[in-house]
Design a protein around this ligand. Structure first.
Ligand code: DGL
Length: 273
């Protein structure tokens, strides 16, 4: 394995850039190939079979880029497909669920944890299963918040409409007196301040992105596949962005999350993989 090969990161679209951003912050010298499946987003309301098929295709594409490890930077794909793809691939693949669950298990004091995510992530029950295994006796309350993704994609990050919808979705979790809430969807960190305001200061918000990057660091370290130190590469040399549709729109949105990093985006036909 070439230790200076890139890390592959994928999501159903733009949301995984919140995870990519954290990986870039914690690994400034590593190269990255990001793929956003913008033609088939959202994954949150697709079947498990479809999400597994999409994930397998994307991994086949990323392997043509000779990545040394893959991060499934999408909660829905991590919930549905991680186990499956790990069975067939021979490079390390990590998702975001374990990371989010681990942080939540560590920070909860009253053992009541809320999870918000897409209908797929919440319906799969994966966060709950992982959390109960990590911390027996924990109570887990899931709530699907399907309107959050389109609100973020419309740019309504600080808006009275988003506030109102957040109050409606999150009211039920407040009633359960949770003290920890996992932002179990890649888009939600972008409306973190709204969610924090609605939940109040007694609830700790967990963004799995940070812990995912920490896990990746441990993994690359243990496999001795971290890149050589001291490389001085430009953003263009280090990072490549691919999508399945709407390259220009992706570039414009990505620049709001990662200024000065996204120079261009290449569109590919993912159905060919
Ligand atoms: N990236 C997805 C996730 O984290 C959210 C968007 C979608 O539904 O595809 O679950």
């Amino acid at each position: 394995m070439d230790r200076n090969a890139p890390i592959g990161v994928f999501d159903s679209g733009i949301g995984g850039l919140t995870v990519a951003r954290e990986i870039m912050r914690q690994f400034p010298e590593e190269k990255m190939v990001y793929f956003g499946d913008t033609a088939r987003v959202p994954y949150g309301n697709k079947s498990k079979t479809s999400v597994i098929r999409f994930s397998e295709q994307i991994i086949r594409f990323l392997r043509t880029q000779e990545v040394k490890a893959i991060v499934v930077a999408c909660n829905t794909a991590s919930s549905y497909a991680l186990e499956e793809v790990r069975k067939i691939e021979d490079i390390p693949i990590i998702g975001v669920i374990n990371a989010g669950a681990r942080t939540a298990a560590a920070v909860t004091r009253n053992r009541k944890i809320g999870i918000i995510g897409t209908a797929g992530t919440i319906g799969s029950g994966t966060y709950g299963n992982v959390l109960r295994e990590m911390k027996p006796g924990v109570e887990v309350f899931g709530k699907a918040c399907p309107l959050f993704v389109p609100l973020v994609e419309e740019g309504l990050l600080e808006d009275s409409v988003t506030d109102e919808i957040a109050r409606r979705y999150l009211g039920v979790l407040k009633e359960k007196e949770i003290d920890t809430l996992v932002l179990g969807c890649t888009h939600y960190p972008l409306i973190r301040s709204t969610i924090a305001r609605v939940m109040g200061s007694s609830v700790t918000l967990v963004d799995p992105a940070y812990e995912t990057a920490v896990q990746l660091k441990t993994l690359l370290g243990s496999m001795e596949t971290a890149c050589d130190a001291g490389r001085e590469l430009s953003a263009e040399e280090k990072y490549s962005f691919y999508v399945s549709d709407g390259a220009e729109q992706f570039t414009a949105f990505a620049r709001t999350i990662l200024p000065d990093v996204v120079k261009k985006t290449i569109q590919i036909n993912i159905e060919e993989y």
